[in-house]
Design a protein around this ligand. Structure first.
Ligand SMILES: Cc1cc2nc3c(=O)[nH]c(=O)nc-3n(C[C@H](O)[C@H](O)[C@H](O)COP(=O)(O)OP(=O)(O)OC[C@H]3O[C@@H](n4cnc5c(N)ncnc54)[C@H](O)[C@@H]3O)c2cc1C
Length: 364
């Protein structure tokens, strides 16, 4: 029977990241996901923004997370050749009220932002830069912010992993703990089996339903986005983030999000969310809603924890059963660096930062 160092359940943003980090450390990896492929549909765009929320708070360990993601993207873009995986146009955060302007200016003082990452733009500069933006009190401009074309990014990443020797299986599977040692048998739907020294669950919002991880305080928040097409070519390419975001793809497409739905029954899209998202677009770009039409509306779920940071580490009883989840709204930014921490822990025995470790929930 084929033996792997790790079987990873989930080939989304976390699963591909940890698969890559283990492959980089010469480990034999099995990546399993019944819902995706190497040409799968996916979200058309997502934002990488290191200064988030109303206070433009510096994201956790961003000086390590952002370069790790950038390095990976450079490697994937070389591999992808002509298929674009990001739109590297920066992100503007217009201060659409005075309080936001105050907060944003404070963020520039409060945090030790690396040189060239972020700057303040006066109102007149904003209007000269993009006259379509809503009246504002100035803006933060994140030169390091960028838009990821998530469908391309994920499909290319899976192709890249396969090319690198990762065994990618797009089918259902289950794991069973061995009684005699700490290993696992992986059983595929069509009857074949493999063995793995470690199992890593990186199944996004399905993770809380894995019986072994039911004890974790994982919270699921549904979110919807709308993919619009403008009637004419749009004059700007940068991303915009102000109480919502608007991302560009191609000459006319605009991806606007998102809702935060803490109570939900399913992943259907709703008219209520559409109206809310149109409202967000109107706040960022007044009048634009009348010049665009809806191409698509999508729903997904973010997983979060009480400290709003990812969870990585080992199961308290089955030490070779691991997890990588709960990246909230910053999955892309966290993915590579946090993946490298888990890989370093498994392969080299490095300690996991307390704030990320599953151990923070032991005894809950
Ligand atoms: C509306 C919305 C907008 C967002 N915007 C942004 C943004 O702008 N920027 C950003 O960085 N993040 C954004 N996010 C968050 C981002 O999508 C998540 O942080 C990220 O996808 C989490 O990665 P993951 O690998 O944990 O989950 P996913 O990427 O969802 O991957 C999980 C994978 O596990 C698979 N799976 C499920 N069950 C099983 C099983 N039993 N066996 C094997 N595989 C399984 C699934 O098919 C899936 O492919 C947004 C999320 C939402 C909902």
């Amino acid at each position: 029977m084929e033996k792997f160092y790790a079987a990873i359940f989930g080939a989304g943003i976390a699963g591909t990241a940890i698969a890559n980090e283990l492959a980089n450390r010469n480990k034999k990896v099995l990546l399993i996901d019944p819902n995706v492929s190497e040409t799968a549909p996916g979200p058309p765009a997502a934002l990488v923004n290191p200064a988030t929320g109303r206070r433009a708070k510096m994201s956790w360990n961003v000086h390590l997370c952002l370069p790790a993601l950038r390095d990976l993207i450079t490697e994937l873009q070389d591999f992808a050749e002509d298929t674009p995986i990001i739109s590297d146009t920066g992100a503007i955060r217009p201060a659409i009220n005075e309080k936001l302007a105050e907060n944003f200016r404070e963020s520039l003082e409060k945090y030790d932002w690396p040189k060239g990452w972020i700057r303040w733009m006066e109102k007149d500069d904003v209007m000269a830069f993009n006259p379509n933006i809503a009246p504002n009190h100035g803006a933060l401009f994140l030169d390091v912010g960028f838009t990821v074309l998530v469908d391309n990014y994920q499909n290319i990443f899976r192709q890249y992993l396969r090319d690198k020797g990762v065994d990618c299986r797009y089918e259902t599977a289950q794991y069973h703990h061995h009684k005699k040692d700490d290993g696992f048998t992986i059983q595929f739907g069509e009857g074949t089996e493999a063995e793995a020294e470690h199992v890593i669950i990186a199944a996004g919002h399905q993770t809380p339903f894995f019986e072994d991880w039911e004890y974790l305080p994982l919270h699921r928040v549904k979110g919807q986005i709308v993919h619009f097409e403008a009637d004419q070519d749009l004059e700007w390419e940068h991303a915009t983030s102000a109480m919502g975001y608007s991302l560009r793809r191609g000459k006319r497409d605009l991806i606007v999000g998102s809702t935060y739905e803490h109570k939900f029954e399913d992943l259907s899209t709703s008219e209520k969310a559409f109206v809310q998202i149109k409202g967000k677009l109107e706040k960022m770009y007044p009048g634009l809603v009348d010049k665009v039409h809806k191409k698509n509306q999508m729903a997904g779920v973010r997983v979060t924890t009480p400290n709003k940071l990812p969870v990585i580490g080992r199961h308290p009883e089955h030490k070779n059963l691991c997890i990588y989840t709960a990246m909230g709204s910053k999955g892309l930014l966290f993915s590579q660096y946090v993946g490298s921490l888990l890989a370093e822990h498994l392969v080299g025995g490095a300690a996991i930062p307390e704030e990320l470790d599953t151990k923070r929930f032991d005894g809950d």
